[in-house]
Write a new protein. Sequence first.
Length: 288
Amino acid sequence: MTNNPPGVSDLHIHIQPWRQLKPDVLAVMRRGKEEEWDRLTALMDDPKLLLEMLDRSGIWRVGLINYPSPDLMGFTDETNRFAADYASAAPQRLLAFGGVHPRFTKDPEAQVEELLQMGIRCLKIHPPHQLFPANAYTMGLENLARIYRRCEERGMPVLVHTGTSIFPGARCKYGHPMELDDVAIDYPDLTIIMAHGGRPLWMDEAFFVLRRHKNVHLELSGIPPKRLLEYFPRLAEIADRVVWGTDWPSPGVKDLRENLDQFLALPLSDDVKTRITRTNPLQLIPTR
């Protein structure tokens, strides 16, 4: 642990190769963003523009969320190389997240190793977009077990989407956080980061899973900060395993700084706020 964390980490923003998105998915992504669309698309190809925006927003580091979802979103395995190349512009500030799709991979272990060699810092699983529950290995998807096992062996954190999705074709039932109960039991040394806390339907279940398993962490992206304590009234009790994230620029998330300011305005102690936005993210994904 560092006594003086150098800055805020937002571990969940979507810097992705939007050119790969399917037309109906792209239409949802673009909704309400017409005035800033050109700026956003430029950011997707220019790390310098993103870093300038982070400086203006008072954000030190960000997690660049990427994962393959060729049949639903349009993202191929090339999204991993995109994330790694983008992050290479400032590896201490831009943290590349990538993925291995268990329904398409022919060699899960080798692909996890490729991610590590690229510099990917965290593996992303998106059940509603990849079309399987997080515990699908208990139902015969052996490749998923092999992915979890190799990440556990190599010390790579796994970020798992929990909650719903508004994108066309997404199977929201697969976002139930209780599926992570199996994963946490079967892979006790795997660092599991539960994205979105089951928003907006399964916050109680997410809280239960988090309190039950010490290897599970809660990431707050996609939850309106002003309502955070409605969803998680006992947030301070679990603050040692909570990390900050926004989900920007996904639909409904307007501004990195605005979200952060709303969180910092909540009636929580300064210690809790510092742990969530600075200390915990640095422990989960240290600088190199």
